[in-house]
Design a protein around this ligand. Sequence first.
Ligand SMILES: Nc1ncnc2c1ncn2[C@@H]1O[C@H](COP(=O)(O)OP(=O)(O)OP(=O)(O)O)[C@@H](O)[C@H]1O
Ligand SMILES: Nc1nc2c(ncn2[C@@H]2O[C@H](COP(=O)(O)O)[C@@H](O)[C@H]2O)c(=O)[nH]1
Length: 217
Amino acid sequence: MTAAGFDGVERRGLMFVLSSPSGAGKTTLSRLLIERMPGLKMSVSATTRPMRPGEVDGRDYFFVDKPRFEAMVAQGELLEWATVFDNRYGTPRAPVEAALSAGQDVLFDIDWQGTQQLREKARADVVSVFILPPSAADLEKRLHTRAQDSDEVIRGRMSRATHELSHWAEYDYIVVNHDVDDAFAEVQSILKAERLKRERRTGLTEFVRKLQRQLEK
Ligand SMILES: Nc1ncnc2c1ncn2[C@@H]1O[C@H](COP(=O)(O)OP(=O)(O)OP(=O)(O)O)[C@@H](O)[C@H]1O
Ligand SMILES: Nc1nc2c(ncn2[C@@H]2O[C@H](COP(=O)(O)O)[C@@H](O)[C@H]2O)c(=O)[nH]1
């Protein structure tokens, strides 16, 4: 699981997790990160929820039925899974392992239950960010503006937001998404800094030894 860093120092790939109450902006920020941060691959989850208008199977999610989801769990195909809003969601294991082995970092848009499971499996490699909306009114407005869920579904998501929020303190970083560009800049800074952490830069000892040899000549 080592990646050549952009400065030529080998490092372990990291799992970059975004969580938030529904509608706070994870998907928006994830798309920007994937567009603008080389070396980062999106983890595409499997879900039993119905496809929204504009969503594409295999790009936004792998849309599966309940028996298929349960088979994936039984066969160990999922790295983590959870029930959210009465639907099942899970992270396919193989693409994440392949990306990390190929030297990429992996981005996850998952809830607090999935984040806890990833931490249990690979604490040192998980970097977690909780996205907060500026206010409850903004959150509700965003869910309506997205115009992809019925009023009933939106009510359900708003009433679950308090529960989601209660997990904020489990996260490494907290970003308030007032403005998309500002929130993106903050999330991008976190990723850039985490990529430079000494603990995951497995090639540093060799790199410094080489420098020392050069200096001794
Ligand atoms: N800073 C912002 N200001 C205004 N609107 C925003 C902002 N960030 C995101 N939005 C809008 O809010 C809506 C919800 O955003 P998004 O789909 O990214 O949320 P999400 O956290 O991924 O939700 P879910 O958990 O339901 O998938 C979208 O219409 C998006 O364009
Ligand atoms: N534990 C997991 N949570 C996931 C996964 N994929 C998405 N999610 C979370 O579900 C809710 C709802 O998503 P939506 O697309 O239906 O709005 C949101 O909090 C996602 O972060 C997953 O694989 N595992």
